[in-house]
Ligand binder design. Structure first.
Ligand SMILES: [Zn+2]
Ligand SMILES: [Zn+2]
Length: 479
């Protein structure tokens, strides 16, 4: 399975230059000549700090018909980094001639220390610090603070007292994280067996009853083209490791998607006042992850045409083939609160992250485990006593509900833990990525009636399974 996972040779790649006419050094306001320009986070446009002139954003001219993509295209900002590329770049100030050093690991701008003009790096440098595109901040710091405070405010009772004491949103940080945005034109062919429920009924087994199902089985095939728009993956090793035990990086993953269609051509002034993290992976590093996620998106999309198979499908064969792909490197905006929890010699970095376009907020709050245990055990006892007192007199209650009563404390513990830590939160790329199917061919051939089945789903059901949820083997080469 999986057609697009190989490496390509350089000859197959079309590089689209995205930094033509870019200028390093001073970028001057056309109205007043000032070099103090930054983002107005209410409009997402650049604005001169002196005369308030607002610049029309330069759109990225990459509009393409995804369904006709062939081969590999990439923006010049997404090209592989050079092994010997230096992070530190020196520019000569055009006003006074001073040499100004910019460390592109954390910023693409610096102020001339003599004449105070702002100098920018806008040409793509071979260290990956200048992407093709940027999505400007569209949420102000005050709004982000309010979102973070609301999120934490709803999780006060079991929050660790040290955290509650130290929590403040004063120092939240606006960060541009590096991402790869990929359009994919692919073809998928799936074949397997699907079941349609005919009826379900109870049978006596000793003194209890069990459910049985009758179903019709079909041989099912789906063959289609799929155009996937703006599949977005993190372009840093650190953030790709969503199952890290030291950082809750899954939190940052889970605030996707961004409205990437509003990305504009990169300009260092957008980064003003924010920090940026340059990418440390190349297209080849995340290509297997992107291919796997694209295949997941295709398999999940096929379910739209399979609604009648209410007992699911057991796919036994899949041929997924990527015909064309187009890559862009981009900076996307995130407001970030981080908190380092120290437990003995173990350290865990908790995040609360706000998508600085959509305000989608997710976080991990350190838990007061002693308090959570005590309350959970108390609830467990309460449940036990209730089950004993009421016992078999629970008329109309079936077994399941009585078991739930016995597990009340355990269930409570699990729910609270998830609510505070959100360790399972992730971006549901399989549903949230824009895609469209075309040229759908379907085969649905009746095979047989199946009677007395014990499971509510077809044996081997896999039409909702995912393979590209990050962590694990996909990143073996990077971590
Ligand atoms: Zn101006
Ligand atoms: Zn100068």
């Amino acid at each position: 399975m999986g057609g697009g996972e190989g490496q390509w040779t350089g000859a197959d790649v079309t590089v689209v230059q995205t930094d033509t006419d870019a200028k390093d050094g001073q970028i001057k306001c056309p109205k007043c000549g000032s070099t103090d320009i930054q983002t107005n986070s209410r409009t997402g446009k650049l604005r001169c700090s002196f005369c308030r002139h607002e610049f029309e954003p330069q759109l990225l001219e990459t509009e393409e018909d995804v369904s006709s993509l062939e081969g590999v295209r990439m923006g010049s900002g997404a090209q592989d980094r050079a092994a010997d590329a230096d992070d530190v770049i020196t520019l000569k100030c055009e006003s006074c001639g001073a040499e100004v050093v910019i460390d592109t690991a954390s910023a693409n701008q610096a102020r001339c220390h003599w004449c105070r003009n702002m100098l920018s790096i806008n040409h793509q440098v071979p260290n990956g610090a200048v992407p093709d595109a940027v999505l400007p901040f569209g949420v102000s710091k005050d709004d982000a603070r309010a979102e973070i405070e609301r999120f934490v405010g709803k999780r006060k009772f079991f929050a660790h007292p040290t955290f509650t004491r130290e929590f403040t949103t004063k120092n939240i940080c606006g960060v541009y994280f590096p991402y790869m945005i990929v359009d994919i034109n692919a073809h998928d062919h799936l074949s397997g067996t699907g079941e349609v429920l005919i009826r379900s009924y109870s049978v006596k087994r000793g003194d209890s009853s069990e459910t049985r199902y009758d179903a019709d089985a079909y041989h099912v095939e789906r063959d289609f083209d799929i155009a996937i728009n703006d599949l977005t993956v993190e372009a840093s090793v650190d953030k790709l490791n969503v199952s890290s035990s030291e950082k809750t990086t899954n939190i940052i993953n889970s605030i996707m998607p961004f409205d990437t269609k509003n990305c504009v051509r990169y300009n260092a002034n957008y980064l003003r006042g924010y920090t940026s993290e340059k990418r440390d992976v190349d297209v080849n590093n995340v290509r297997p992850l992107v291919a796997t996620q694209a295949q997941d998106i295709a398999r999940i999309a096929a379910n739209e045409t399979l609604a009648k198979y209410d007992r699911g499908i057991a796919w036994s064969g899949e041929a997924f083939d990527i015909k064309g792909e187009s890559w862009l490197a981009a900076y996307l905006p995130v407001w970030l609160y981080s908190y380092l929890q120290v437990k003995g010699n173990k350290k865990l970095l908790h995040y609360v992250a706000v998508n600085a376009r959509t305000k989608e907020t997710m976080g991990s709050v350190p838990i007061d485990m002693t308090k959570l245990w005590i309350v959970s055990i108390a609830i467990e006892f309460f449940g036990l006593i209730l089950a004993l007192v009421l016992g078999s007199s629970l008329v109309g209650w079936d077994k399941k509900e009585r078991w739930l009563l016995l597990l009340l404390g355990v269930v409570f513990f699990a729910i609270m833990y998830m609510r505070y830590r959100n360790s399972g939160a992730r971006h549901t790329y399989e549903n949230e990525t824009q895609r469209s199917l075309s040229n759908v061919l379907a085969a649905d051939e009746f095979i047989e009636h199946r009677k007395g089945l014990r499971n509510s789903r077809i044996e081997g059901a896999n039409n909702t399974n995912l393979h590209g949820t990050g962590g694990g083997s996909i990143l073996d080469g990077l971590l």
